[in-house]
Every structure is written in C-alpha cells, then in structure tokens.
Design a protein around this ligand. Structure first.
Ligand code: GLY
Length: 382
C-alpha cells in the first residue's frame, strides 16, 4: 500500500542554470511563500485573477504578517494580457514606490502568471517574482521556464521577456473547484508533453478513469509532475529558445510549441473564446497529420493523438471547437493568422512535428498543398 506521507510530501523539481529555482508540487504549499520570497523582500505586489479573489485571501493571509502587501486584481483570462492592464500595474507599483528589494507574487492561471511575470520582468528592469499557479495549464507550462508576456492586436505573446521566477508553488489544493473544461484545457499541455518527450504520460491518460483526472487524484498529480519535468528538462537545455534547429534533430525549447502554431491562430481568430489547451489539442492533431503527409510519422501515432486528447476531454477537429461557430476558420484565413505567429521565420511557416513518439523536429516551409491536406484531415474548410 502507498505510504500516505508519500502523497502529502511535496515534490521539488530543480530548475538549474544561472538563476536556479525549484518548482514545488504538492498540497498546502502557500505557507512556503515567505521562504521562497527570501528575507530581503520588504513589499510584495500580489497580482491575482480577480475572479479568484476569495482564494487569493489565502495567499494574503500568509503574506500579510511578513510584508507590506499591494493587492492588484487583474481581469480573468486573456483579458489580463494587455498593455493597458500592465500599465495599471506599473502605475500602482510607481504610486507605492516599489523598489528592487520588493517582489511580485502572481496568483492565477496562465494569463495571470504571464502578465504578472511581465510586470515583474519590466519593473526596474526586473524584480523577484514567485508564481502560484491555480490551473493545471499554468502549473505545467506558463509558470515554469521564465517566459512572460502580453498580447497585441496582431497576436498572442508578441510582447514579452524572459524572466525566471524565484520559485513556483504548484499547490494542488488550488485546483479544487477548477471548472472541468479548464482542467481539460490544462491536460492539453500535459498530453503534448507525452507526445514530445514522455510517452508514459500517454499511457497514464489512456488508462485513466474519470476520477483519476480530477483534482486530488494521485494520477493527476503524477501527470502534473511528469509534465513539469518535461518542461524543466527542455528549458534547462535551451532557456532562450535559441537552438533554432531546422530539419532533423531536437529543436530545443521550440519543441514545447508542438501544436501551437495553429493553436495560437485559432485562439486569436476566435477572440480567445477557444481555450488554449483545446486549441493545442486540435493543433497537435493537425501537425501529426502534416507529419504523416510528409512521410515522417506513422498512422498509429496519428491515431494515438486523437485518442489521447479525446480521453482528456479535448476536441481533436476544427468543427468540435466550441465558440468558433460564427468565425471564419477557412484555410486562407487560418494560414494568414499562422504567418503572424512569432514561430514563423520571415515568410516561412515553421512547425514542430514528430518523426516518432518523443522525437520532435522542425518542419520548415511545407507547401500549401500539404498544409491544406492536413487542415482538411482535421475537418477544416477552405
Ligand atoms: N510555453 C512554451 C514555452 O514556455 O516555451
């Protein structure tokens, strides 16, 4: 029988490098905030998703005895990632005279950690930040690895900075009450990690019962830990995504963008009504079809994409995307939107594809016939 302390003991995943930090996964972790912030910090700006105000009180309760706390609620979701919201945060830090010995704590999903991380990266050219992600998506992706940013009218994450956190506390208790669709969206990034690096993730998802994928479940915790490890391994190796390999060979951090070129286009075209993980699921099936068409990937692995994402409760085709009914998602529109993505180089589209399970590589400049065929295979229209 499993030792119950095994389940309650936090798991520390070390991110090595010039500014090392730990990603801690476990239960009841908020009390560790002062330890992670360190004893030189005097004031803390708690940047939190306003829809989680009640939950954020728990972080406030821990911070208040130790620091002067500036409480900054920001809009829920992608609406937080605008220059206007960043500006409001900068003005508030300015009004309070925040200095280099002060710090930011983010509390929310991926959009909150992206925005809050960006504010921390830019205030006085960088102050300490600790992320407390409250969604699976933020735990396994947004909060880890130091990418921060906001959106512009032209696309997602087009303005940003690399700014590594001083620590990440993935408190699984914060997932209680997370809507099922949000949890599934986070699993989109988890399953992606299964395809690019850790097939054991796929086995766990494929064998999971409904209860295994709920907050509090041991399997969900293992999935979060495995996906964090995949991300940490990649960012330790290529923090600033500079490897830039084209063709065969591991593409470094760019591998994490598996499925994201189409996903970002779908998110932007639908005004972010499509959730990130849903778009990633459809985007990953698209690149699997693209790789199959190019003779890189077998039909069995393409089928496994559809099965694993569907098992996680995610769409695997364009028509299944909720919130996209009234939007033009014809091939030409989608192709133009993909060309704006920052993963394009010059006029050439670049895709992370697989040439086997756990073996990502770059496919640069596939022709439009191949793209159209892959788009048709995921139910896309002309
Ligand atoms: N979300 C992709 C990355 O952190 O590189």
């Amino acid at each position: 029988m499993a030792d119950p302390t095994e389940l309650t003991r936090p798991t520390r995943i070390a991110v090595t490098g010039a500014a090392p930090y730990d990603v801690v996964v476990g239960h009841g972790l908020l009390d560790q905030l002062p330890e992670v912030l360190g004893d030189r910090v005097e004031r803390v700006a708690l940047i939190f998703d306003s829809s989680l105000a009640e939950r954020a009180q728990e972080a406030l309760r821990v911070l208040n005895p130790h620091y002067g706390v500036l409480v900054l609620g920001v809009p829920k979701g992608e609406a937080a990632k605008t220059s206007a919201v960043a500006d409001q945060c900068w003005e508030a830090l300015g009004d309070e005279g925040f200095t280099r010995s002060d710090a930011v704590v983010t509390f929310g999903g991926g959009a909150t950690t992206d925005l809050g991380g960006f504010v921390a990266a830019t205030w006085l050219r960088g102050v300490r930040v600790v992320h407390v992600p409250t969604s699976v998506l933020a735990m396994v992706d947004a909060a880890v690895g130091g990418k921060t940013g906001i959106d512009t009218g032209a696309g997602k994450n087009l303005v940003g900075a690399f700014h590594e956190p001083a620590g990440v506390l993935c408190d699984l208790d914060l997932l209680d009450g997370l809507p099922a669709e949000e949890l599934a969206s986070g699993l989109g990034e988890v399953v992606k990690c299964g395809f690019i690096a850790d097939p054991e993730i796929l086995r766990l998802v494929e064998d999971a019962s409904g209860d295994d994928l709920r907050p509090g479940a041991r399997v969900l915790r293992e999935l979060v830990e495995r996906a964090v490890r995949v991300k940490v391994d990649v960012v330790v190796d290529d923090l600033k995504e500079v490897r830039g390999t084209t063709g065969a060979g591991h593409p470094g951090r760019e591998a994490l963008n598996y499925g994201h070129t189409l996903a970002h286009a779908l998110e932007r075209l639908t005004g972010y009504r499509v959730r990130h993980g849903e778009a990633v699921a459809v985007g990953a099936v698209f690149v699997a079809e693209l790789a199959r068409g190019e003779g890189l990937l077998g039909e069995d692995v393409v089928r496994r994409h559809r099965a694993a994402f569907a098992r996680a409760g995610l769409p695997t085709s364009v028509p299944e995307l909720a919130g996209a009914d009234d939007v033009d998602l014809g091939f030409e529109t989608v192709r133009s939107a993909m060309a704006v993505d920052k993963k394009a180089r010059g006029s050439q589209l670049r895709f992370v594809v697989l040439d086997g399970l756990g073996s990502p590589r770059i496919l640069a400049g596939p022709d439009d016939t191949a793209l159209q065929a892959a788009y048709a295979a995921i139910g896309g229209s002309w």
